[in-house]
Design a binder for this molecule. Structure first.
Ligand SMILES: Nc1nc2c(ncn2[C@@H]2O[C@H](COP(=O)(O)OP(=O)(O)OP(=O)(O)O)[C@@H](O)[C@H]2O)c(=O)[nH]1
Ligand SMILES: [Mg+2]
Length: 396
């Protein structure tokens, strides 16, 4: 091979490398657009606070949004909310705002940009109202006809279970008779309810999250899961998707092809995986933070590149195999019995990914949301936890 073709080949490899790296590094989560509707006092704002926390700030002031719709966004969580405020279905004034609510959704629904659409409507009805008729039913029919994933949330479920179930069935029957049997109904109590005699704990929020995810287009799920604060299970599922992207690249030999001079940037890729996992748990760890963690914890990425050590048979293998097993149906397989370099790297990456997930989950159990905003607390404790886990699992 002469110098010319050799140079050309290297250039192509370099381009290929950069392309793969770019794809892996796409770490900005998509923003999920959720509309919450329902008449006044049903508990919309309480529900939003319970699912997304108090970080949501009012936006859209001065924009031509009606006085009956509040918009919320946050710089740190990928969610955009439209909350209908103070709707009363019989007043003339509200008829106007119903019109504009419909208009907002319809405009977005017809927009070609899938990211711009409303991705789900949560329509709140007080579980104790037992009314599902008249103007409200017309409103629901109207909203539903736009074709956005629609969920009815029965709020403040603190009454007799049988009565609430009977109300839910009544709604289902009416919906079915009107061709709206695709509407899911979820019962929730968004905030613990206290009386002098007893306390009803919050419930149903995780079901609402699960139901919403099922109805949502795939490309938006990551953002929604990162934004919500009630389902750790869903966060784990999304993190496994992140880990899987990197594991797949490893298996396909990506890390084998990393030229020696690129080792540092390849190393950064794995740190990026850890950063993305942090983002899914609303734990914003900067790349500098991750660097500190990997420096001070016993995570040695060099091992991953050279395949020097392998966590096989050291506890995490089972977890890794489970993940890879799940992915088998998609035609992807890592044979950890066969100790090729790419397989070892794949297992190593998954091992570090899972270690990081466990550490962040432990962090969330130990500290308050407020404390976790302090990068110093986050880094220091992640280092301690990771070192402990590595000691337990790898057994140095
Ligand atoms: N304990 C408890 N109280 C709730 C719950 N949901 C709503 N509430 C109470 O019901 C009242 C109305 O709730 P909001 O969340 O303000 O209702 P809203 O639908 O946002 O009302 P508008 O903004 O006027 O349309 C408040 O006093 C809430 O504290 C709940 O799940 N548990
Ligand atoms: Mg409100």
């Amino acid at each position: 091979m002469n110098d010319y073709t050799n140079g050309q080949k290297m250039k192509m490899e370099e381009e290929e490398f950069n392309k793969t790296v770019d794809n892996l590094d796409r770490d900005d989560l998509p923003t999920a657009n959720i509309m919450v509707a329902g008449i006044t006092g049903t508990g919309k704002s309480t529900l939003l606070n319970a699912v997304f926390g108090k970080e949501l700030a009012e936006t859209g002031k001065g924009r031509p949004v009606t006085e009956h719709i509040d918009e919320y966004q946050s710089s740190s969580i990928p969610i955009h909310i439209w909350d209908t405020v103070g709707l009363e279905l019989d007043s003339e004034k509200t008829k106007e705002s119903i019109k504009s609510i419909r208009q907002i959704i319809a405009d977005k629904a017809t927009s070609k940009d899938q990211f711009n659409c409303i991705h789900a409507i949560w329509y709140c009805i007080n579980s104790g109202s037992s009314r599902y008729q008249g103007a409200e039913l017309d409103f629901i029919k109207n909203l539903h006809s736009i074709g956005v994933p629609f969920i009815i949330v029965l709020t403040q479920c603190i009454g007799e279970e049988e009565e609430i179930n009977a109300f839910e069935n009544k709604i289902k029957e009416i919906n079915a008779s009107m061709g709206m049997d695709d509407i899911e109904i979820v019962q929730v109590c968004a905030k613990e309810f206290k009386t002098r005699v007893f306390t009803i704990p919050a419930f149903g929020l995780d079901t609402l999250v699960d139901t919403t995810i099922k109805k949502m287009p795939d490309f938006i799920k990551g953002g929604f899961v990162a934004a919500q604060k009630v389902s750790k299970v869903q966060k784990r599922v999304q993190c496994e998707e992140i880990i899987y992207e990197y594991v797949k690249e490893a298996k396909e030999g990506f890390w084998d092809k990393v030229p020696l001079v690129k080792l540092f940037s390849a190393n950064k890729r794995i740190k990026n995986m850890l950063k993305k996992i942090g983002g899914m748990y609303n734990t914003q760890v900067s790349l500098e933070g991750i660097e500190k963690i990997t420096r001070e914890a016993d995570i040695n990425f060099e091992n991953a590149f050279f395949g020097l050590i392998s966590p096989i048979d050291r506890g995490y293998n089972e977890k890794v195999m489970e993940l890879l097993d799940k992915k088998k149906s998609e035609g992807f397989e890592v044979n950890v019995g066969e100790l090729s370099k790419s397989d070892r790297v794949a297992v190593m990456i998954a091992f570090y990914g899972y270690t990081f997930i466990s550490a962040i989950e432990e962090l969330w159990e130990k500290f308050t949301e407020e404390q976790l905003k302090d990068m110093d607390i986050v880094c220091r404790n992640l280092i301690d936890i990771i070192n402990r886990i590595l000691k337990e699992k790898v057994g140095n």
